[in-house]
Every structure is written in structure tokens, then in C-alpha cells.
Design a protein around this ligand. Sequence first.
Ligand code: IVH
Length: 698
Amino acid sequence: MYNKEQTKNLQQKTTDWLLKINKENAATVTQPSIEDLRAILRFHEYRYYVQNDPLIGDTEYDVLYKLLEKMEKENPSFITADSPTQRVGKGLVSSFPKVQHLVPMLSLENSYNEADLVDWDRKAKELSGLPEIEYCVEPKFDGASISLIYDNDQLNRSATRGDGVVGDEITQNTRQIKSVPLTAAFSNYGIEQIEIRGEVLINKSNFKKYNDKLIEEGIPPFANPRNSAAGSLRIKDTAEVSRRNLEAFLYHVSYITTTDNRQPTTHSGMLDMLWNLGFRSPKKEMIVVKGIDKVIQHVAEFESKRDTLPYEIDGMVVKVNDLQLQERLGMTSHHPRWAIAFKFKARQATSKLLNVEFQVGRTGAVTPVAKIAAVAVGGVTVTSISIHNEEYIKEKDLMLGDTILIERSGDVIPQIVKSFPELRNGEETIIRFPTQCPVCNHPLFKPEGEAVWRCININCEAQVVERIIHFVSKDAMDIKSFGEANVRKFYELGLLKDVPGIYKVDFEAIGKLEGFGKKSVDNLQAAIENSKTQPLHRLIYGLGIRYVGETTAKTLANAVDHLLEFTGFSEEQLQNMEDVGIKVAGSIYRFFRDAENLQLLQQLEALGISLKNQKKQVALNDALSGQTFLFTGTLTQLKRSDAESMVEENGGKIVSGVSSKLNYLVVGEDAGSKLEKAKKIQTIKIISEEDFIKMLPA
Ligand code: IVH
């Protein structure tokens, strides 16, 4: 897309603009200078979203973007539809009109084993009369399919698959996907109109973040990234679509009108062309091979890498590479004969819903948990699955005794995808929600506008125990030797009755319990002692303030020097913080206005737990200040998450990819492509884990 010369040129221009902004706040605005700035922003979007290799930081991008916005606002006549600012839809889409695809969007024939592939190859050879066929093999992306139509280099229309013939027009939403260019120079290839197909995805880490947020808000999460991508494409609020961080892989040219014959003649050539025009095609993820044996070998290799990819794939697609041969092989009414999908081992399985138990969480929320007939899915045996709330049970139409479809994708917790009402035999029974707390018998209450029934007895044993378990958990105060089982045991024995009780436990009494030798008591004591100086965000998260997850806890911790400063924050001040909406701000505000909570915090402080933001203080005379780090390969002495925290605690920053913005690449065992990439950028210092540890203050 951008050759070396252009890259250098655009990077130089970026620096010039950033300097200029600092100096004169860009007083002189002309149409060419706006176009220049747009070209710079498009270049950085491409580096970030398509190549996954940014050359500038997010803040620098934002500064340039804001300037463009300002320039366009002051000179509206200079705005063009393909300006980077014109992606951001501000309004609501009223509906998604139905549109007919230029060519029906067929699906693919599926194969599940080697024999299926051999058989398919044999038929293709027979039909073509060739002794061996060249194939292109690429991942089968597990998302929602879309079509994009470009007319005279401009993105003109985008649609969902729909029934394959007619889909929903979702152009406004597709414009929010930063890896989809709004303009692309197809005319350089003699192309007037082109329809491209691809898959919209949410990567695993964004999916997890988004689902965690839903869970925190008491909303049932999406079962898998595919459902979440498909759902996101049909949201009417384009700004919300933009926030979902959708990505797109474009893998097929389905229709083309041309002025000459400058177009590629192979499928892999088309992927190259798309890549060169700024699309994220699977150019780097595909291979071209001759003969089905090599296809089979590659497919097996890729399946073993499946869990290491940042996005979900559910198989591979094998395509005849020569486009003329594709044409000759043609289509059946359901699928092309020139392509076949190879499906990986299923991560879905059917089971039976045997029983529902009701668990009381630390906020009093009563969660139904389905007990199901044990079934292996995605490499683990599943016997219970959270079914969230009463509405979810209705929505999924669940009854005791139902056959259900469950899914566990990657490291996502198992979910029920659907029930099969058509398989009922009349013996199924309705799931009845309790009216009283299953632990303390207190009547349950459902606040207006919420989906969750709660036990509002703050002294309900289940809640107290869950609060302590949460406080000591790995992502909160991380008191290792405590653990869920010990908390329950000590509570039952009366050795622990609340959170401050952790710091007052009677070690002598514990030492007398069966299974607790001197060593384990010493370990417990040391772990409790260590937790007193955990970073503030861990304490905040551990307090279990409603809607405050790890990310919000970090934001809060960074805003103060001492936790009790929040008692003076207004709701408005809280709302001004990143990622804190009205609901979250209200919850934090109430927490720090509650006398019992304040008493708890004072008690903790008196017991020696630090309420101070130590990180802020360390960061002031910081060892790694202003330096960026990235870890690659397997670390042998430190846990990756701990190493990353150490960087941040010492004023450094973790970046997501290798680019000229990176100062240090810390290399563990079996480092791969990141190391290779870093070697090509001279300014990056490549160091070992030991070197990194030496950089930390003693
Ligand atoms: S080619 C005419 N390539 O899988 C056939 N499809 O089960 C065009 N998919 O509807 C499709 N990754 O949504 C193709 N690399 C890939 C794909 C892919 C995912 C989806 C696509 C299609 C479905 C068929």
C-alpha cells in the first residue's frame, strides 16, 4: 500500500505537523493542507488497523485528528465524504433498508476430515481434467459476513448477508470499521465497480473486555465473538458501533466491472491487490500450495495455532487459485465448486439441562446456575453454566429437562447458545425462581429497571463470604494462600467474619486445624502481610463497589493520592473520568458517602493496609519514566502480567506492537515474529528478562 519512500515521507510530514501544532496552533488553513492532513491520518489508520504496526502513539493520532476536525468545522466546504472524520456517525440510523446483492452470497460446502478434502480434490481434478490443482488456503474467520461495493474508488454500499440474496444495508455502520477504507484506488487496476466480501470480527481481547463490562452491569454477555460482531453491525447508534472496535478481513471479490484487463488472474493475486489498496485481506494468513496433501498438512498446522490467534477462526477455506478455473468449475445452487470449508473441532456440543441451582453473589444478586449432563467441549468438561437471570431464561426458552446447545470458544466461559423446544417430550418442567434468598431466607427484591433479583440483607452469610473471597482473589488483593476454600472453612469455623477480619486472624488457632502445618501458616501470614501494600487499584477493585471492574479501579486509583479523597468528589467530577458513566459514577458516589463503608476503610487503614496511591509517588522519581516496553516469548522468572505492572508502576508504558515508538523489547524463550520485526528497527533495544529485572529499582 505505502512503499518505503511514501512511508518515510508521510512519517516526516507527521512530525512536521505535530511540531507545527505545538508552535502556532495551525493558523493558516488551506484546502491542500487539509488534504495533506487527511492523507497523514489515513496512513496512520492503515498502520494501526490493517498492518497492526503503528508508527505514532494514540495521543499523537488524537491531536492530529482533532486538528482536522477543527479545520473542517471552520471550513465546512472543504469536507469530503472520505475524510477520516466522516466515519464517525453521530446520529441514529432509522432503519436498515433491504438491498439485493449484486451476486447471491452463497455459503461454502463443509468438510470435516482428510477424506472429505481428498474426495473434493478428486472431483475438482476430474471436472477440470488437470492432474494437480493449485490451491489458496486461508483461515475461515468466525464473524459476520458483509459485502462492500466500491464505485469509482469510493465505498458506496455495504450490506449484511441476509438470506444470501437480499441483505440489510449497513453502510453507516461499516464506515465505523477503521480497517475498511472509505476510498481505494481500484481505478489503478482498471476497475470501475467492485463487490468485495469479508467477515466482520471482534478480536478476543475486545470481546472479553466488552463482556466483562456487560457482566459488571448485570447484563448477560454474548455467547461468542461471532454473535457479538453480528449484533454490533445492527446497532442503530453509529457512535456505539464505533466504540465496539470492529475489525474486518476481506477475502473475496464477487463482482467486478472493468475498463481493461489489468486485474489479477488468481485469487491470491486478488488478495494482494486488496492488501495493496489498503484492505486487511488475509494476504499474510494464507498460503498457495499445489496438491491436496500440502493443503491437509497446512490445515493441521493452523488448527494447532488456533488458540494463539487474536481472533476466532472456526476452520480453513480452501480455494482454487486460478480464477479462470474457478469459473469453469462453477457453482451448485448452494455453494461454489471451487472452494470448500474445512471445519475445526467443534466448540459446541449438546447436553441436557438437569437442574438449576441459585447462588447468591457478593452484591446479593441471585444467579441461576444450570447443572447440565457432563459434556466435553473445547477441551474441557462442562457440568455447570451460569444462566444469568430470569429474563435470560425466558429469552432462551429454557425448561428443566431440555436439550441444549452449549459453546465454549477459546478462554470464554461456557454459555448456552439455545434450547431445542422441538425436542421436548412433555416431561420438561418450568424453572421456578425463588422468592426468598436460598441462603438466609430474606425475601428477594428486584430494583426497578433491573433484571436481577437480589437479597438485600447485607449480613446475608453468602454475601459476606463472597465479599471476602473477592477481596482476597487474584485480581484484587491477591492473598495467595487464602483461596476460596480456606475463606469458606475459616468462616464456618468462626475464625473469620468479615473483610477486616483477614488482618486479625488467629494464626495459632489456624495452626491447630487439620492440614495446616507451620509452613502453611507462615505462608498465609506472609501473604496477608504482603497484601497490605498492594497497589491502590487492587484494593479499590477488592472493595467490590458495584460496576467498578479492574479498568475503572485503575482509573480511580490514578486520580487520587489517598483513597479517602473520593469522599469529596461530586458525581459530576466522577462522570468526567474516563469510562465512568452516570450509573458507575452514582455507584461510586454512594459508596464513598456511606458511613459503614467509610468505617470499613478507616478500619483497614488502622490495620496497616495502605490507602495511598504509592504508584503515583514511585512514578515521580521513576526508573522507567517515559520508556515504552513490550514483552515477547515466555518469561521464566516473572509472570507476564506482573512484569507489565512493574513497568507501569515505575512510570513506563506497555505498547501493543513493535513500532518505532517502542524503546525496549524484552525477549523471553521462543520469541517469534515480534523479535524479527524489532531487529529491523534500529532504535529498539532488545533485552533479556534479566536485563529488564536489573533496570528495576532495588
Ligand atoms: S469465501 C462464494 N473465505 O464462511 C464463497 N468465506 O460458510 C465466498 N468465511 O459465508 C466465501 N472466512 O461468511 C470465504 N476466508 C474465507 C472465509 C469465509 C469466513 C465465511 C463466510 C461464508 C461462510 C461460509
